[in-house]
Design a protein around this ligand. Structure first.
Ligand SMILES: [Zn+2]
Length: 364
């Protein structure tokens, strides 16, 4: 007889006093269910038909493996095993059977569950730039089931992109980046909706574009766009998951509405030429993979409302020493955008503000 942990899905928790995990005994999955039903009698009718067989819409898992591929109810369990119960079609999951299968590893986690999965499906995330940061962010969000992913970029795929921009492959050279990105995301998850914004993000269109999304991921590679996205996210009340990379180093933070902005840290851009771009200084290809993946994680946490978002904190990653450090960010009451007496209340000329020559500015 082993003691196992039974993971109770949301719809069944009314029968277990809202506990998401309970202990039960048994040497097989069938025995564990019987003992569970003895401990929590009202769950019995949810799990069993009147003849005592397990209802057909209930799927059972041991340590994440479907017991149908093992010994069914006779599958043996050992001390400390995790037994998952997944009501596949009924139980009010609001998900299709295909979704239940696709997102199974999410659904068995109480922090996500069917409610969280539906939230992901209903969410809209804008990714600024289908480049090094935007690639892994978009791919993981698509795989996770974020229902609408917008991509703003007006570049074409070039061969020098392929060292890090994994949305694009050798077959995509010369394609519009938004097209190449949409094809990759649809291959990963054809059930989501990809919106292509094949245009530069500018002072003229940024508010309208950003307004249509719940969360913005910044994967841009230049200062004018960085300030533009920051300001517009503040005015439109959208959380901004900001990331940047250079050579072996990365930075990551979340600007949540009411909790400061990029300008609190960097009120003015560095003089042109002072901070080299990745095109000038280089970047190890995997670096944006790390930072962009962390951006996807923060976006998912914001959508699900779980964990501690990276708000008021700047995470610094040094790939050479393999160290993560954290800095506390201060809100600046004098900030011209989010401060007490704002002086900038609508998009400005960001190219002029950053002193960048027109032809190199606003690269998505
Ligand atoms: Zn600010």
């Amino acid at each position: 007889m082993a003691v196992v942990e039974v993971q109770i899905p949301g719809p069944l928790r009314t029968h277990t006093g809202q506990q998401s995990k309970v202990r039960a005994q048994g040497s097989t999955v069938g025995e564990v269910l019987q003992n569970l039903a003895q401990e929590y009698p009202s769950i019995s009718s949810q799990l069993f038909e009147s003849d005592g067989s397990v209802r057909r819409f209930i799927n059972l898992f041991v340590n994440g493996e479907d017991v149908r591929g093992k010994g069914g109810l006779d599958t043996e369990v050992s001390e400390g095993d995790r037994v998952g119960i997944l009501p596949a079609m009924a139980g009010g999951t609001g998900l299709t059977p295909e979704q239940v299968q696709r997102y199974h590893r999410h659904l068995i986690m109480p922090e996500v569950g069917s409610r969280g999965q539906r939230r992901l499906a209903a969410s809209k995330v804008l990714i600024v730039g289908a480049g090094g940061l935007g690639s892994p962010a978009a791919m993981y969000l698509a795989a996770a089931g974020v229902g609408t992913i917008g991509i703003v970029d007006f570049d074409e795929v070039e061969i020098s992109n392929l060292q890090r921009q994994i949305l694009h492959g050798a077959d995509d050279l010369g394609k519009r980046k938004v097209d190449s990105a949409a094809e990759t995301l649809e291959r990963i998850n054809p059930t989501i909706n990809v919106i292509k914004h094949d245009e530069p993000l500018t002072s003229a269109n940024a508010r309208e574009i950003i307004r249509g999304y719940d969360v913005v991921i910044n994967g841009c590679d230049n200062f004018p766009t960085r300030y533009l996205v920051n300001d517009v996210c503040y005015w439109e009340n959208k959380p901004l998951v900001d990331g940047s990379i250079m050579r072996f180093d990365g930075q990551l933070t979340v600007y949540a509405p009411g909790h400061g902005c990029y300008r609190d840290l960097f009120p003015t851009p560095p003089p042109p030429g002072m901070v080299p771009s990745c095109a000038e200084a280089g970047v190890l290809g995997v670096l944006p993979g790390i930072v962009g993946t962390l951006q996807a994680l923060e976006a998912i946490k914001l959508i699900l409302g779980i964990g501690e978002p990276l708000v008021g904190r700047m995470l610094m990653f040094d790939g050479l020493s393999m160290e993560f450090r954290e800095l506390k960010l201060r809100k600046d009451p004098e900030c011209p955008v989010c401060g007490e007496h704002p002086t900038i209340t609508e998009p400005i000329d960001y190219v002029q503000f950053c002193g960048v020559p027109h032809e190199t500015a606003l690269v998505g």
